[in-house]
Design a protein around this ligand. Structure first.
Ligand SMILES: [Ca+2]
Ligand SMILES: [Ca+2]
Ligand SMILES: [Ca+2]
Length: 470
């Protein structure tokens, strides 16, 4: 375990029961049980039980004594006193439970034959309470413990039947006669701990009782232990509801998996695993993974055009799973180019008269695209098809070298390189006459003026002719 500085490792509680597995206790005997952990356990109990029935039970939380502390771990001990005269004959399981928090206790169990007389006892057999609420599917592995009084290796078998109203209510002692339905699994032993694989695939979904039978091959005595499992062989059916097509926008597209179903046990506890890939030229790029019991839906933002692959895997409590796939094609819309000249909208193909020596405003800012593309639009301007400028708007003077007419083109391009074009023809609205004419006209005017003056001079009366007021 790697720890960052200052962090204290949190290892599980260790429980040590220092008597032999399958010990035979004929007279009152007490022994110490040891615990080790970082923190003192918040609850410690010990119990003797047989066939699921408690014989004796003690809460010893207040009785544990510190033995020593080594680095971060402390050892404790407490006494277990077993009195055969009080308990009576018992093919018992001794179970110690220690809690360091409210959940996940550590359990240690082993067989103890409590034997106040010299009679032979049945084998012990016990399957620890299973994690994950006893879900079972297909071949399911179970661990148990079993010892025989004769010290011979017990013979393990089991049978499964649908649970009744009360689980494990079958009379255990009647089981031995019902040999036909018994299965003899391969049994792997480690001390008195055994592992068997139970095939539940032939059973319908629902609660089932498994009766594990342990037989002493020497004495033919036997013991049974019953536990119940939730057989779940049916995978869920994943269902994705959502569109296959949409266009780019600022919004999101929702995919809903809440129609997913699972027959007998329903969808309670189902884990949903979503993944979304975007198709890319050489590989598919994962853009979203989401999982959990409440991950019933996902949303994908629709800003970027492309092909998306969506998959939903639902996994039931027993680990059965099913995957559904869906595709989403988000398409880009082309921009719409709009051109204004001096505040007036002009259209593709228009002829626009402008005074040649004026400055005029060209403006593309009313062009549109889906909102997600609007901010990234490019505006490219061309004069007689030669790009001259990029930008939303500007003042323009009549270009040099174009004569009395030129073509102004606006191309609006979005992030998918899709474009839209407006082209107009700009013409001079006061075509100039050839430069010689004004001079001749001016010359003519001057000559006429001189002529007129000379005529006036001739016609002018003498000063004496001007009437005077006296
Ligand atoms: Ca299921
Ligand atoms: Ca786009
Ligand atoms: Ca677009």
């Amino acid at each position: 375990m790697l720890l960052t500085e200052g962090e204290v490792a949190d290892y599980p509680i260790i429980i040590d029961i220092p008597i032999l597995e399958g010990a035979i206790i004929g007279e009152a005997e007490s022994f110490e049980v040891y615990l080790e952990n970082e923190e003192a356990p918040i609850l410690v109990t010990w119990e003797l039980h047989e066939n699921g029935q408690t014989k004796i039970f003690f809460d010893v939380t207040e009785d544990i004594e510190v033995l020593n502390t080594h680095q971060n771990r402390t050892s404790w001990k407490f006494d277990v006193l077993i009195e055969p005269q009080i308990i009576g004959s018992c093919s018992c399981i001794l179970t110690i439970m220690a809690f360091e928090n409210q959940s996940n206790p550590v359990e240690a169990s082993q067989s103890v034959f409590v034997s106040p007389t010299s009679e032979q006892l049945n084998p012990t057999v016990y399957v620890q309470d299973l994690v994950d609420d006893n879900w079972a599917s297909g071949d399911q592995t179970f661990n148990g413990i079993s010892s025989s009084y004769s010290s011979e290796v017990p013979e393990i078998s089991y049978q499964i039947s649908q649970s009744g109203q009360i689980k494990c209510s079958t009379e255990l002692n009647g089981v031995d006669s019902d040999l036909a339905t018994r299965s003899y699994p391969i049994t792997v032993w480690d001390g008195e701990v055994f592992e068997i694989t139970v095939d539940v695939s032939g059973f319908s979904d629902g609660w089932h009782d498994i009766i594990v039978h342990s037989r002493d091959p020497l004495t033919a005595l036997y013991g049974n232990y019953c536990f119940s499992v939730r057989v779940d062989n049916t995978p869920p059916k994943s269902i994705i509801l959502g569109p296959e097509q949409t266009t780019e926008s600022m919004g999101t597209v929702v995919f809903d998996g809440s129609a997913t179903s699972d027959e007998y046990w329903g969808i309670s506890g189902i884990v949903y695993v979503w993944s979304v890939y975007e198709e890319a030229p050489s590989y598919n790029r994962q853009i979203l993974v989401k999982s959990g019991q409440d991950a019933r839906s996902i949303s994908i933002d629709s800003m970027t055009s492309g092909m998306y692959f969506i998959s939903l895997t639902s996994i039931d409590n027993a680990g059965n799973s099913h995957t559904a796939n869906s595709v989403l094609n988000i398409s880009n819309l082309a921009p719409i180019a709009r051109l204004q000249i001096d505040g007036t909208q002009v259209f593709d193909g228009d002829e626009v008269p402008i005074t040649k020596d004026s400055t005029f405003l060209i403006d593309a800012s009313t062009s549109t695209d889906t909102a997600n593309d609007q901010a990234s639009l490019r505006y490219v301007w061309r004069i007689d098809n030669i790009p001259v400028y990029e930008g939303t708007a500007r003042e323009l003077d009549w270009p040099e070298d174009v004569g009395d007419e030129f073509i102004l083109t606006l191309e609006v391009i979005d992030d998918d390189s899709v474009s839209s074009i407006v082209s107009v023809s700009i013409t001079d609205n006061e075509p100039t006459v050839p430069p010689a004419l004004p001079i001749l006209a001016l010359l003519g005017s001057v000559l006429f003026l001189l002529y007129a003056i000379s005529i006036r001079a001739k016609d002018r009366p003498s000063e004496t002719d001007i009437p005077k007021w006296v």
